[in-house]
Design a binder for this molecule. Sequence first.
Ligand code: SAM
Length: 209
Amino acid sequence: MNDICVRWQCTGVKGQREIWEREYASPDPLWRGPAPNTVPGEGRVLELGCGNGKTLSSLVRHSGEVIGLDHSINALHQCPPGPSLVRGDILRLPFQDERFDTVLLHHVLQHLYADERELAIGEVRRVLRPGGTLSIRTFSVRDMRFGKGEEVERNTFRRGNGLIYHYFEADELRALLSPLVEMELRESVVETRFAKGSVRAELVGTFQR
Ligand SMILES: C[S@@+](CC[C@H](N)C(=O)[O-])C[C@H]1O[C@@H](n2cnc3c(N)ncnc32)[C@H](O)[C@@H]1O
C-alpha cells in the first residue's frame, strides 16, 4: 500500500467530500474506465483530484516526481503504487508557489461550484512554475448527461447520489483559465453505445502559465 501524506486543510463546507468517500467505499466505485494516454513533459507533475488513480496509472513510467492529491482517503487507498499521495483540498493546496512543471486537472473542475472553480484555478496558477503546463479535461454542454438532475447553478446539476456536475462552454473555460495561455482546446465527442446520437463530450486542453 502507498504511504499517504495528510495535509488536511479541507474547507468541506458544501458536503461533496462525504459523498465522494461514500462512492469510493462502494464495492463498484466510480471512475474505473480506461486511462487516458497522458504524456506530461519533464519534471514534477501534480494530478489534482486523482481519485482512485486511473490517470496516475498512466504516469508510472514518468521519469520525474509524480504527486496525486485528492480529498477522499478511500480513493487514495485504491491508487496504484508509485506516485506520492497527498490527502488535501484543491481549494487550498499544501504546496509552495511555482513548485510544479505540469498540473493535471482531469474531470475535477466539473464537480466544483462556481466560486470553488475560481479558487481552484487560482491555486493551480500559484503552484505552476512560469512556463509550466496545465492539462485539463472536463465535460462540455454537449455531453449526453447535460440536464440530468436538479439545476443548482447555471449548467450545474445535482444528480441522485448528491454529486454535482457542471458542463462547460469552451469560452467559459477559457475565461476561467485566463491569464493562462491557451496552447490547445478542442472538444472530444465520442458516440456511446447507450442510444443513437448520445455522446460523451468533453473539452480537452493544454494551457501554459
Ligand atoms: C471524477 S473524479 C476524477 C478522478 C481522476 N482525475 C480521473 O480522471 O480518473 C473527481 C475527483 O475529484 C476529487 N475532488 C473533488 N473535489 C475535491 C477537492 N475540493 N479537493 C480534492 N479532491 C477533490 C474527488 O474526490 C474525485 O476523486
